[in-house]
Design a protein around this ligand. Sequence first.
Ligand code: FPP
Length: 234
Amino acid sequence: MENLPRHVAIIMDGNGRWAKKRGLIRSMGHDNGAKVVSTITTECSNLGIEQLTLYAFSTENWKRPKAEVAFLMKLLKNFVKNETPNMMQNNIIFRPIGRLYEFPQGVQDTLNETVEMTKNNTGTTLSLALNYSGRSEITDTFKKLAYQVSNGQLSPEAIDEDLINNNLFTAGMPELDLMIRTAGELRLSNYLLWQVSYAELWVTDVLWPDFTVDIFYKALEAYSKRERRFGGLV
Ligand code: FPP
């Protein structure tokens, strides 16, 4: 495949609707959604895509019913644990992003263990955005830089786009090329707001648990045909 994106982000929406359509509880949608995460991660690794960043839990998701949040925490822990051998086999680096310190300690421990185990791999980086939102990320970056200015470590004049990039949760990642959203909604839902600047957007009505490698290929094919001008003329 020609002209592959280096960095793909996905808003994995529609788990609840998928479950409802089948008369199942919402958690079953998340459970099936987690299986698709594994499939698409492996495919990115096969294709040699450098960076996959998945919206797995937003700062707003804490507002969901207690039982659903508890299920998502358990699912996350089990997913990361069970997926670690697959990550090792596929040379995947695991790099969660977000305000991770607000998760229960058990979840943080599991995340850290897999980060540690996969840190010397050299293939695709899988980032799960967890307790993440674009605005919270930008807020934390402002705060960090403001402290450096107030300590005299940083001159306001030195603040440029590179410095901001290097202080976001996504520091060091390639530019976001392609943003995919499932389940049809035409919004960004507070995801990667800084990074999305010149990304190509691709939306499908397919619900996340029904997302397949073939549909992923459709998104990659559409991306490969887009003409990217980055504000200039071609
Ligand atoms: C949106 O579905 C999805 C989420 C709230 C989180 C995404 C979670 C997963 C894909 C499963 C877990 C993933 C990992 C990595 C363990 P929704 O519930 O908002 O769907 P709806 O809009 O149809 O209600």
